[in-house]
Design a protein around this ligand. Structure first.
Ligand code: G2H
Length: 256
């Protein structure tokens, strides 16, 4: 199976809508030639940037995809401050993160909430990027694989095969996020390989082979090639390094 690599920039709470336009224009200019077309490129800006990004991408017919960093598990109603999947779909978002570790940690999102968000994404035609990964103490206790696989299973609970085959899974060891500590590529492969094994068990080998698994956590142009060389790693979810357009372009062009 050939899986198209996917490089996604998670901007977190950075770049206002004017900065977003300038940033996406830089990316588009740097990626204007054909070379990168075998790699899918996505940006995940704050909600307030999405309309501007949509207008730019639509107007200039850019190949860059975009999405949101979170979605409500509810369809509509009295949920102050929340954004629904249908609102994101209306803005032609392709992707939405579900269960990023910062949401799990600071907003107490449980696997059940994350599961509801994955379903809300699929119901609205969005592709969820289901984020999983262990904290430092879990890794030190040697329970990182079991912990992460339980998050995969919880996040995909009752998600049918025809939806699940389109999910993207992002393995992000929490201790490697924004810390500059990179999980070694062999350690990342160990968990990503186990995730694919779990997907085969939950669905089928065929479906598991279609699903793209990203690594996330301090990915930079200097370490992306080694990470991407691993058989079960099909892309990167990039935080800090995605805020620098030149650096993100180098990550997208990891094959150069
Ligand atoms: C992990 C990652 C992007 P960073 O959170 O989701 O961030 O690359 O800054 O470690």
């Amino acid at each position: 199976t050939t899986r198209t690599p996917i490089m996604a920039g998670n901007w977190k709470m950075n770049l206002n809508h004017l900065e977003a336009i300038a940033h996406v224009q830089k990316l588009a200019f740097a990626l204007a030639d054909k070379d990168y077309e075998a790699v899918e490129v996505a940006v995940l800006p704050p909600f307030t940037d999405l309309r501007s990004v949509q207008t730019l991408v639509d107007g200039d017919k850019l190949k860059i995809k975009y999405g949101a960093q979170d979605v409500s598990q509810h369809e509509s109603g009295a949920y102050t401050g929340e954004i629904s999947g249908s609102m994101l779909a209306k803005l032609k978002c392709s992707y939405v993160l579900a269960g990023h570790s910062e949401r799990r940690q600071y907003h107490h999102e449980t696997d059940d909430v994350v599961n509801a968000k994955v379903k809300a994404a699929f119901q609205n035609g969005l592709t969820p990027i289901l984020c999983v990964g262990e904290e430092l103490d879990v890794r030190e206790a040697g329970n990182h694989v079991d912990h992460t696989l339980a998050q995969v299973e919880g996040g995909l609970k009752d998600v049918p095969a025809e939806q699940a085959e389109n999910v993207v899974i992002a393995y992000e060891p929490v201790w490697a996020i924004g810390t500059g500590k990179v999980c070694g590529s062999d350690d990342a492969q160990e968990v990503c390989g186990a995730i694919r094994g779990k997907l085969a068990e939950l669905y089928s080998q065929d479906i598991a082979d279609k699903i793209r698994i990203q690594y996330g956590g301090s990915v930079k142009s200097g370490n992306v090639a080694e990470i991407m060389a691993k058989p079960d790693i099909d892309g990167a979810l990039v935080g800090g390094a995605s805020l620098d357009a030149d650096e993100f372009v180098k990550i997208v062009r990891f094959r150069d």
